[in-house]
Write a protein that binds this ligand. Sequence first.
Ligand SMILES: [Zn+2]
Length: 359
Amino acid sequence: MKRYSIFILILFAILIRVSAEEPYPVRGLCIAAPTVDVADEFADFIDKVLAPAGVNTLVLRVDYGYRYKSHPELVGGHPLEEEEIKKLVAVCQKNNIRLMPQVNLLGHQSWAGSVGKLLEAYPEFDETPEVEFPEEYQWPNEDGLYCKSYCPLHPEVHDVVFDIVDEITEVFEADAFHAGMDEVFYIGHEQCPRCYGRDKAELFAGEVNKIRDHLKKSGKELWIWGDRLIDGKTTGIGLWEGSYNNTHRAIDLISKDVIICDWHYEKAHPTAVLFAAKGLTVVTCPYRKSDVALEQDLLLRTLIRNAPEEMKLRYAGMMQTVWGSAKGFMNSYHGTVEEERRDASADCFKALSEIWSEP
Ligand SMILES: [Zn+2]
């Protein structure tokens, strides 16, 4: 009888331990870097809201919104100064939050009718130099212009963008960098004398690996969005969350230590298994819909529970994406904004953080 009681106690202890175990290691938030005027408020938000909510990974989209010393010609309007970044670094270190910067590489070099800083300063890097911005941007359009890309085979482009990568990761004191690389529609384009006729999967993978190799030299990790690695047509996932331009075979060509952020906003597509089965580590990313995020959390737990040991750790976790401003997100979180301007990703984040912050 005594032995039986001890057995029950041990079983009870194991059950408590299992229920207290974190379901997955990454609980992240990806958001635009705060503007200068709200940097202090955002630092406080990290300390008082994000950390208690269970966030342990924070990706800040900086792009050219920092006063780069290596390339002053690329600095955008109202840039963050080193002083503000250091405040964010300190509060993240205090709360054991892994902080990393994002600068969009390859794609997203323009938005609607406006060119980004890189191609504004270096128009020779443009993959589609003949595509002009219309007076009034509309999608779809004859040129298939969503965002411009830089040419990954231009002999000078990496001299510039790697300076930016090195400088921003240094000021962030980061051991990882997010390069974006989503929704690349212009690649291997007929207007590019270097790329046209080449295999688009090889071009995409070549650029991913080049960035990865550069970061690896200083022991840093590369994170990217996963949509170009999903066959959009065969899966039915479409040309935004998936690729319609044959880049998806790059999934077999990129280095296995690149971290894939698998974003799906309308439905909990079970694509994490696609990446994990290829040997890649994957982070599932929701946006505005709480029901989708909760399904993704459930799916992820199911995958981890049923995975062979080899694959379990590749399901790294979840990262909430926010596509509005940091100020808009904070106001929506605190309920201090009119209903019509409310950022629904704040509600989605609350739903997730209730799970993450459970003891
Ligand atoms: Zn090119």
